[in-house]
Design a protein around this ligand. Structure first.
Ligand code: FAD
Ligand code: NAP
Length: 334
């Protein structure tokens, strides 16, 4: 346990933050001690790579930093590889490793920051692939009960950028490992325009080519958190009923939306923010990125108040202009 730990470099937005006490979780044998330790504190929380959190400057109680490693092939089925990764593995490195082994299927999720253990929390997704499509099961420790569970993909209740882990009372679950079901009959997923139209993916692309293209596109479009603080998309794409979409389309014929399997429509939040006049605009020490209106950036020295104020102004403007409520994606750590 370490007291008064500076976490300003442990969140990709670069917000100033000091944790009262930090516990680095590195191996499963620490779990029972961890469940005993949380009883000594009024509050506790779980931290991965800090790429989907907005931090309060003072974090009281215990902050658990997940850092347990290990990747292993559990078994080879006729149709899939079953691969397990420790929660503290770096997500992108894990994706690259699976490709090196010839276990394909995660390449569309390349270059997403953060850890393996956080990936099921918001069911990470990019370029037409969501984590749930590759999850076999999730091993999670219930910190309050002191017991280990294995949840099937169905039991994780995954939905768009959401899961039962994200909805649970914070501090209930510590994901220890994730088991992936990676298909032996691999097919590229190229429905997103940036991949469909990519010059390197026109003829029988390999998984490595898809991985390389995803990395290249992301490096071009998105700010690198190592250089410009950000937490990725600041808002989720709102999913609305067909009736609401029809009204919106009458008022705004250019509205960008995608039909969902359940009949609803996913609106591109970046388009709504752009049309509300916020793309590239600064407010205090934060701004909405000029190339990607959905990404809020730290212009230098931003504090939590700057972030919450800008988020609130955008939500209010989008609500007023389109009648659509934007939901914040990063988790507020307080
Ligand atoms: P953290 O930010 O540390 O934590 C996020 C949440 O998960 C918190 O509630 C935390 O308590 C919980 N958590 C973390 N680890 C565990 C664990 N082991 N057990 C239980 N709970 C845990 N997301 C996408 O979905 N798609 C993208 O394409 C994408 N691109 C991004 C690009 C950039 C530049 C950035 C900065 C972010 C992007 N994100 C994206 C968001 C983010 O990278 C993902 O949500 C990622 O999975 C967060 O991982 P993390 O380890 O940093 O989690
Ligand atoms: P993009 O490809 O320019 O697309 C803009 C928006 O339209 C995205 O939000 C995407 O929804 C949606 N979209 C595009 N083509 C679609 C299709 N064929 N079917 C359904 N929806 C479609 O987006 P981008 O900003 O460059 O990001 C590329 C991918 O990386 C996206 O999947 C995005 O979610 C992901 N990403 C996520 C974060 C994050 O922090 N969450 C940050 C950066 C990038 P979806 O967002 O639902 O895919």
């Amino acid at each position: 346990m370490l007291n008064n730990q500076d976490l300003s470099r442990c969140n990709t937005f670069g917000l100033p933050c000091v944790a009262q006490t930090l516990f680095r979780f590195e191996q499963v044998s620490q779990l029972s001690a961890l469940s005993a330790a949380i009883k000594e504190y009024a509050q506790h929380r779980v931290l991965g790579g800090g790429s989907n959190v907005i931090m309060h400057p003072d974090l009281p109680g215990l902050t658990i930093q997940v850092a347990n490693k290990g990747i292993r092939l559990l078994c080879e089925h006729d149709n899939f590889w079953l691969v397990e990764a420790g929660a503290g593995e770096v997500w992108h490195d894990f994706v690259a490793y699976t490709l090196e082994q010839g276990w394909y299927g995660l390449e569309n999720l390349a270059l997403i920051p953060g850890t393996v253990g956080a990936a099921p929390v918001q069911n990470i997704g990019a370029y037409g692939l969501e984590l749930e499509q590759r999850v076999h099961s999730v091993l999670a420790w219930n910190l309050l009960e002191g017991a280990l569970y294995e949840f099937s993909a169905e039991e994780c209740e995954f939905s768009y950028r959401d899961s039962m882990f994200k909805r649970a009372q914070p501090g209930t679950w510590l994901i220890v490992a994730v088991r992936f079901r990676l298909p032996r009959q691999w097919q590229p997923l190229l429905q997103y325009p940036d991949l469909r139209d990519h010059v390197s993916l026109q003829a029988a692309p390999t998984a490595q080519a898809v991985f390389d293209a995803v990395c290249e596109v992301r490096r071009t479009k998105l700010p690198d958190p190592a250089k410009v603080g950000n937490a990725g998309s600041f808002f989720k794409n709102p999913v609305v009923q067909a009736k609401q979409y029809a009204v919106l389309r009458t008022q705004h014929p250019n509205v960008v939306a995608y039909a969902q399997a359940d009949g609803r429509y996913k609106l591109a939040a970046g388009w709504l923010i752009d049309q509300a006049g916020w793309k590239g605009r600064e407010a205090g020490a934060v701004a909405m990125h000029p190339r990607q209106a959905l990404v809020m950036t730290n212009c230098g020295g931003a504090v939590l108040e700057d972030v919450l104020n800008l988020a609130q102004q955008i939500q209010s403007d989008v609500q007023q202009k389109f009648g659509v409520q934007l939901e914040q994606e990063p988790v507020l750590y307080a």
